[in-house]
Design a protein around this ligand. Structure first.
Ligand code: PLP
Length: 361
């Protein structure tokens, strides 16, 4: 069985080098006679894995020393609740609504206090990022929340919103480690790793120390308090050991390549291949305002539903899989994460050119 080009939005493509290494170590991890999946999380062998994984994450993202790192389960959705449970504390929080994931986080926050949507791009189907230069941030808001890259709509903030001094929290799931980030401008960053980093079932986050509640939060479950993770090295209970191990390998892959500035250049080069084609195509068009385009998720349409379906089916038959757009927006979407090779994007563009020739009336 050969490997296909997988354009899935998540869970998504992983670097082949990483998969091969994991395969080599599957039966016998470095002479210990068992797989990482079979290992006690209290063993020194696993402690070394998680320590090295955290150290490499810090190196890759250049996390400042006054930030703590945690590994959690429960996916993005649990962070939608944990963020307000830990930081809102019955007070207020302001959300910028740029798509479904931002909206779900905003709605979830409403369960825990006074959440307000202070900006939105819903008026044009979330095809752009709103102006964030003079936001109506409430003075007593505990934080401002954004979804940095909108997986479904293919938009990304290419600037940091002016929150007027209120701490900024970002969901970076679908652009995690795709380019350098100035972590010091955020109070907290988190991401579900199944989009751009590793296997599903793990969230990695980093929080500025002074933000983390030090006292026990009444009514908040133990596993939903950040301090539980921070105080116990993310091993208060059994973590997702195998996903942590795989992420560690991905961090080494990124470091070996030269880190996030090299990754960004590669991502820009890949995205340009696709966007340049979309801009000159007479059959396909991109759906996002140019200055807000994501390097990771590229939605496009032909403006003909039947033709879209035909494209998706023929692409699949040609080994280009998971190009169907999100069920709520239709059309197509190519997710071209870090691990998507340039050859995959070149093959896709060639396929689109051929499809255009055959189907343009
Ligand atoms: C996929 C995604 C989520 C939801 O993650 P789950 O782990 O499925 O809960 C949240 N935010 C963004 C930006 C996503 O792409």
């Amino acid at each position: 069985m050969g490997r296909i080009y997988n354009f899935s939005a998540g869970p998504a493509v992983l670097p082949e080098e990483v998969l091969r290494e994991a395969q080599e170590e599957m039966m016998d991890y470095r002479g210990c006679g068992m797989s990482v999946m079979e290992m006690s999380h209290r063993s020194s062998m696993f402690q070394d894995i998680i320590d090295e994984t955290e150290a490499d994450f810090r190196r890759v993202l250049q996390v400042p020393d006054n930030y703590k790192v945690f590994f959690a389960q429960g996916g993005g959705w649990l962070q939608f609740a944990m963020v307000p449970m830990n930081f809102m504390r019955g007070g207020r929080a302001d959300y910028i609504v740029t798509g479904q994931w931002a909206k779900k986080a905003f709605e979830e926050a409403g369960r825990f206090g006074d959440a307000a949507a202070i900006a939105s791009s819903a008026d044009k189907g979330f095809t752009y990022i709103p102006d964030c230069s003079d936001l109506p941030v409430r003075e007593d808001a505990r934080y401002v929340y954004i979804c940095e890259n909108n997986t479904i709509y293919g938009t990304k903030y290419h600037f940091i919103p002016d929150t007027k001094g209120v701490p900024l929290i970002a969901d970076m799931s679908s652009c995690y480690l795709s380019e350098p980030v100035d972590v010091s401008r955020y109070a907290m960053i988190w991401g579900g790793v199944q989009k751009n980093v590793g296997p599903a079932g793990l969230v990695i986050g980093t929080i500025r120390e002074d933000m983390i509640p030090q006292e026990d939060l009444p009514g908040v479950p133990t596993m939903m308090q950040y301090r539980t993770y921070i105080d116990h090295g993310s091993m208060f209970n059994t973590p997702n050991c195998y996903a942590i191990y795989i992420c560690g390998k991905v961090f080494k892959w990124l470091l070996d390549m030269g880190g996030l500035s090299v990754m960004k250049a590669r991502n820009e080069e890949k995205a340009a291949l696709l966007y340049d084609f979309l801009d000159r195509s007479r059959l396909f068009r991109g759906t996002v305002r140019k200055e807000d385009r994501s390097l990771m998720n590229v939605p496009f349409v032909t403006d003909d539903k039947d033709l879209d379906a035909k494209f998706v089916a023929e692409a699949k038959a040609a080994g280009l899989e998971n190009l169907k757009g999100h069920r709520t927006v239709g059309g197509m979407r190519a997710s071209i994460y870090n691990a998507m090779p340039k050859a995959g994007v070149e093959t896709l563009v060639q396929f689109m050119e051929d499809f255009e020739k055959k189907n343009l009336k």
